[in-house]
Write a protein that binds this ligand. Structure first.
Ligand code: FAD
Ligand code: SF4
Length: 510
């Protein structure tokens, strides 16, 4: 008998393991305190993972596979991955142990050590999910100080022949349509809403709470908004391609109070738990464009392909090239605690209230909200990247360390000193106002740098550049900021820096 382990983010129904049932193989899946407790999670994240795992186990069983599923409240559950494995290996007198390569460094180490210590043979199989190997990026950039995403993305387009005219030339002669994808949302195009999945999660939520799992955030107990089965994931992909893709790139950076995901795909959760394969998502988007080029422009499709074949695979490559050291990088030496309102949304800053509020309601914020609102503020305020990481890892339904930490510590907090981003993603209120409708109804004034009601982003922005001049002033992409700072009158600069100091001293009250 061979025992095969399937982790909660390894729900790939198309994996070669599942081609046909084998009476000599038993699959094991488990809900664990080890996984619910390594950070405090949003209740929708825990619920979503358990729902998807349970549905996946049932699907495999219906196909004739032998699946042993351990629920969180199973009295036989030791709540530790290796504890449960030990018990089952012994109970079933298993002669072989197999697992799928984990995407998290922590689990990779744990399972590698476990397998090595076993008295029986073991093997680790690929998850057959990604478009790259773990070390593809490290090999591409061997000897380089920075990892340029654009270089990686073009290599991916060529390797997988995505939107290519020839082996080396992109379709239409252009690789990048970013410049066309930066519009503010003005309400002219109605935002479509995917139907929520009518699913009663009350019993599951109660069980999680009764087991003493600490969580936060809100959940609607009869309308769980996230897809958790393969069919639901495919339906959402179809909804996205038909209804949202025509506007995806154009409004990708826009933020509005009324719509929490605008034309974004909401596919990150089902991609990250592997219910969908990235190539089938890309293939479907490209096919939709080919079928209706007059309705869906190339700029929209390229913008979407870039996120999945580019950013997503790139972040995974950075993770494996840099772990475990990446998890403790702190280039600026930031050490302030995360303001308490990150956990409640109770701040007078309208942009943050909305971005955090919807994160608590839906376990979701789109990329620009994560990068230019919550991330921007944390970086400007000098928050300890470990606290920022713990927040992002807990709050989002799609947060798994390989893609969370690289986006948070790398792209958002510049804690890697510029390995991922060539300059810190920071801004004053001007950018937030340009891309959103937040500022108009805010308690603070977007136009003021200092004085009563001045928007905190404005003074913190200059304080950030001022306090990190030694690390940043020589960066050619940031020269403009230092020129502006120098061009300010002494009185203006002092008042701005003093305003920032005053805000930093009472972050919890903002
Ligand atoms: P869309 O905007 O519709 O994009 C389509 C798909 O592209 C996404 O589903 C995702 O798979 C992929 N994608 C887009 N941008 C990125 C990116 N930067 N990195 C990796 N994949 C990308 N994404 C996660 O999946 N998990 C995380 O924990 C996570 N944490 C983040 C933390 C910060 C601070 C930032 C700035 C970004 C983070 N992202 C994370 C990336 C991105 O914000 C989410 O993938 C996206 O918002 C998911 O929503 P969507 O499916 O509607 O995406
Ligand atoms: Fe945010 Fe400042 Fe705009 Fe208020 S004024 S919404 S705090 S950027």
């Amino acid at each position: 008998m061979t025992l095969r382990l399937i982790l909660g983010d390894q729900l790939n129904p198309q994996h070669s393991w599942f081609r046909q049932p084998d009476p000599a193989v038993r699959y094991v899946m488990m809900e664990l305190r080890q996984e619910t407790d390594y950070v405090r999670h949003h209740i929708q994240k825990i619920t979503g993972f358990f729902l998807a795992m349970r549905a996946f186990a049932a699907e495999l069983q219906a196909q004739g596979h032998q699946v042993h599923y351990i629920t969180l409240d199973d009295p036989a559950n030791t709540q530790s991955l290796t504890g449960n494995l030990d018990a089952l290996m012994q109970q079933w007198a298993a002669r072989r142990f197999e697992y799928l390569l984990p995407d998290e460094y922590r689990l990779d180490q744990q399972l590698r050590q476990y397998a090595q210590a076993l008295p029986v043979p073991s093997a680790a199989a690929d998850t057959e999910h990604f478009l790259t190997e773990r070390d593809t990026l490290a090999r591409l950039f061997a000897g380089k100080k920075t990892y340029l995403m654009e270089t990686f993305y073009r290599a991916m387009r060529k390797r997988h022949r995505i939107l290519m005219e020839t082996d080396t030339e992109p379709l239409t002669g252009r690789w990048n349509y970013d410049a066309e994808n930066r519009s503010r949302y003005d309400g002219a195009v109605p935002v479509p809403e995917p139907p929520p999945y009518v699913r009663d999660v009350q019993a599951l939520v109660r069980m999680i709470q009764a087991m003493g799992v600490q969580s936060f955030g809100n959940v609607e107990e009869t309308r769980f908004i996230w897809p958790v089965t393969r069919q639901e994931a495919l339906d959402l992909l179809e909804f996205f391609v038909q209804q949202c893709l025509p506007w995806f790139g154009r409004y990708q950076d826009a933020m509005v109070q009324q719509h929490w995901s605008l034309f974004h795909a909401r596919l990150s959760f089902v991609l990250n738990i592997k219910l969908l394969h990235p190539m089938e998502v890309i293939g479907r988007a490209v096919a939709a464009w080919e079928a209706e080029p007059e309705r869906i422009s190339i700029a929209q499709v390229e913008g979407f392909v870039r996120q999945i074949a580019g950013w997503r695979e790139y972040m995974r490559g950075v993770y494996w090239a840099q772990m475990p050291g990446y998890a403790s990088q702190n280039y600026f030496g930031h050490s302030r605690p995360l303001p308490a309102w990150y956990w409640t949304g109770e701040t007078k800053m309208n942009c943050l209230r909305h971005a955090i509020g919807q994160s608590l309601d839906y376990a979701y914020a789109h990329h620009i909200q994560r990068l230019m609102v919550t991330g921007n503020f944390a970086l400007l305020a000098g928050i300890d990247p470990a606290e920022v990481d713990a927040w992002y890892l807990g709050v989002y339904i799609d947060a798994i360390e390989w893609v969370e930490i690289t986006n948070t510590r790398g792209m958002s907090q510049y804690a890697d000193g510029g390995l991922v981003g060539s300059k810190p993603y920071v801004s004053t209120a001007a950018y937030i106002d340009k891309m959103s409708d937040y500022c108009g109804s805010c308690a603070y004034s977007r136009k003021l740098r200092h004085g009563p009601g001045a928007c905190p982003f404005n003074s913190l922005y200059w304080h950030f550049y001022h306090r990190h001049a030694e690390l940043l002033a020589r960066n050619p992409r940031i020269g403009f900021a230092y020129k502006t700072l120098q061009a300010m009158s002494e009185a203006e600069r002092s008042a701005t820096l003093a305003q920032a100091e005053a805000y930093l001293a009472r972050l919890d009250e903002l």
